[in-house]
Write a protein of this length. Structure first.
Lengths: 288, 313
């Protein structure tokens, strides 16, 4: 993945400048940065390493010392929310990468080679997208059983079709462009033309898709947690929100509030950032 | 003219997709899924018991036969029996469809009307305050997890304020109304953001076309431009989105039906997951996929009616 980012530097660079120049998207970028930083620090064990420790009685309401109160086991809800950031960012990144890998590879092959291969891939993704995504997600997650790997795979495998469609259409256009003919004339192989020449020119689609898939994955994790197919052994915003279904009637609202707030902020920031990036990278799509 | 031929050709194209869907479901449930013997017989089953079960479920047949069995169930709707409740799955689906539709039907109409008319309004006033306000509201709405909205809504409006029924359901037309109002309101809110944004984008996409500029420059009023030209031309993506949602209405709402104890198909799926009830999940996956494919064909056929340019290229 790193090679393609380097090659499209000028495009990315100008897009980044545009994003930074606007106040709202700059704030969104900073918020996303903070969340990523928190996730890195958490996984390094610097932040929230003792989230599993009891800090007080069960279900203590928020106070000045324990900012978001405690959960059923007397653990600090704040520490759990911080620890869960790591889970959420990991889910967002891994799911987006799976989806981009499948979507781009298949889309490029279909668009470039055409003919029977194209028909086969189109048939494959038509089939896949014919199963309503929620049922496919449920079926895959159900079959794989609960766990972090299930969350990664089931969300990744169900979210590549949109990108595959766009990449296919775009590659079909690009393969007739002069620069590809030029590359052909100097004897470039198929893979060289695809990876070295065409891929950088469609990389903006991958970046736009990344922000959308990240958002959707973080939100879908809640549904999987609700179905009992979510992350195990570590806190996640989804399991925290799901846990609160039994707590609300006892007046325990802080776990729901804390997890929802944490998730709301990053999803909102990614939404704004995604819109700004898309406007900057692909003016044709502006306003969509 | 050639409409019937077109429909026939379109239906022909559906066949490989139907077989493909069955293939995906077969791979998932017959190849990837763990052996159901542990779920059904427990940990202490003898080998003979396991073999008998495999024979009973048809798992000792060759894969190709198992695949064809999957295809057969899809066309006959003979999904067999639930492992958990031993009921006939087709009967369960028929019983659950009513309660599901009693929420999703009104919800579909309300939220579509709301989001399309709002989208028209903000597209008319594009760039003005109301446009920005609705846009911000829909992005904010999009960013709140739906489970949190349902949990909070049920707790606050039904439990704390007591305005609505907390949960439960009664069959029959006027009886179910008190139970479905709150879930409908909450879901209108959940769907509002994404839908409004989508319809606004569709309408704005049309609003910047050349013919709209022509219409305006020949002195047509903004109102006429919007409703006579823009809306008519954005009908295709709007219709697609509207029709494609219909099969999911029957699927019901996994979250709402569980929390409000509505005995619909969404709640049935959730229960099946908790009980490791393979045949029910399989049946619902097949059914929803077939519904989706059917309505997809329907959309394509409708295009030719709505848009004369599309006439059977």
């Amino acid at each position: 993945m790193s090679t393609e980012v380097k090659q499209s530097k000028s495009l990315l660079h100008s897009a980044l400048l545009k994003v930074i120049s606007e106040k709202l998207s700059l704030i969104a970028l900073i918020i996303v940065g903070i969340y990523f930083l928190v996730a890195i620090l958490t996984s390094a064990g610097i932040l929230a390493s003792d989230w599993n420790k009891e800090v007080g009685a069960s279900y203590m309401p928020p106070s000045s010392s324990i900012i978001f109160g405690t959960d059923i086991f007397g653990r600090s809800v704040f520490q759990k929310v911080v620890k869960a950031t790591e889970t959420a960012v990991a889910i967002g990144i891994v799911v987006s990468c799976i989806s981009i890998l499948i979507g781009t590879t298949m889309g490029m092959i279909a668009g470039y080679f055409g003919g029977f291969i194209d028909e086969l891939i189109v048939w494959f993704y038509t089939t896949f997208s014919s199963i309503p995504s929620i049922m496919l997600l449920v079926a895959i997650a159900f079959i794989l059983g609960k766990g972090t790997m299930t969350v990664f795979l089931s969300l990744g495998v169900t979210s590549w079709v949109g990108l595959c469609r766009i990449v296919r259409a775009e590659v079909m256009k690009h393969k007739e462009r002069e620069y590809v003919h030029a590359a052909n004339a100097i004897g470039a192989t198929h893979s060289r033309k695809l990876i070295k020449h065409i891929l950088p020119n469609i990389s903006h689609l991958l970046i736009i898709n990344f922000t959308q898939t990240f958002d959707a994955a973080v939100k879908s994790e809640v549904i999987l947690s609700f179905l009992g197919l979510g992350v195990v052994g570590r806190p996640s915003w989804g399991t925290m929100i799901d846990d609160s279904k039994l707590e609300l009637s006892r007046g325990v609202w802080w776990q729901l509030a804390a997890a929802t707030l944490a998730m709301f902020v990053i999803v909102l920031a990614f939404n704004i950032l995604g819109d700004a990036l898309r406007d900057a990278l692909d003016p044709k799509l502006k306003g969509k | 003219m050639n409409l019937y031929l077109y429909i026939f050709r379109r239906l022909l194209y559906v066949i490989p997709v139907l077989f493909g869907v069955c293939l995906v479901i077969f791979v998932l449930f017959n190849l990837v899924a763990p052996d159901p013997a542990y779920t059904l017989l427990g940990k202490h089953a003898t080998i003979q018991q396991i073999n008998e079960l495999h024979h009973e479920l048809g798992m000792d047949k060759p894969f190709i036969v198992q695949y064809l069995d999957t295809v057969k169930t899809a066309f006959t709707f003979d999904f067999g029996y639930s492992w958990a409740s031993k009921q006939n799955i087709w009967d369960m689906i028929k019983a659950g469809a009513g309660p599901s539709l009693s929420i999703t039907g009104p919800l579909y109409i309300l939220s579509s009307l709301l989001s399309i008319s709002l989208a028209l309004l903000v597209a008319y006033f594009r760039g003005k305050f109301i446009d920005k306000f609705v846009l911000v509201l829909s992005i904010v709405g999009l960013s709140i997890p739906s489970l949190a909205i349902i949990l909070f809504g049920q707790w606050f409006f039904a439990y704390k304020l007591g305005w609505f029924e907390i949960s439960g359901y009664e069959n029959g037309f006027p009886n179910f109304i008190p139970y479905v109002i709150l879930p409908i309101i909450l879901y209108v809110f959940i769907f509002f953001g994404g839908d409004t944004r989508f319809y606004r984008a569709v309408i704005l996409d049309e609003a910047y076309q050349d013919y709209v500029r022509t219409a305006r420059s020949k002195g047509l009023s903004e109102y006429k431009v919007m409703f006579k030209h823009v809306l008519k031309n954005s009908m295709i993506p709007i219709l697609t989105n509207l029709i494609i949602q219909i099969p999911s209405l029957i699927l019901g709402l996994l979250l709402a039906e569980t929390f409000f104890s509505i005995p619909g198909l969404g709640a049935m799926v959730v229960k099946a997951i908790n009980n490791s009830d393979f045949p029910v999940i399989k049946a619902m996956t097949i059914l929803s996929a077939f519904g989706f494919i059917l309505f997809n064909v329907l959309t394509d056929v409708l295009y030719t009616v709505v848009d004369p340019r599309m006439k059977l290229k």
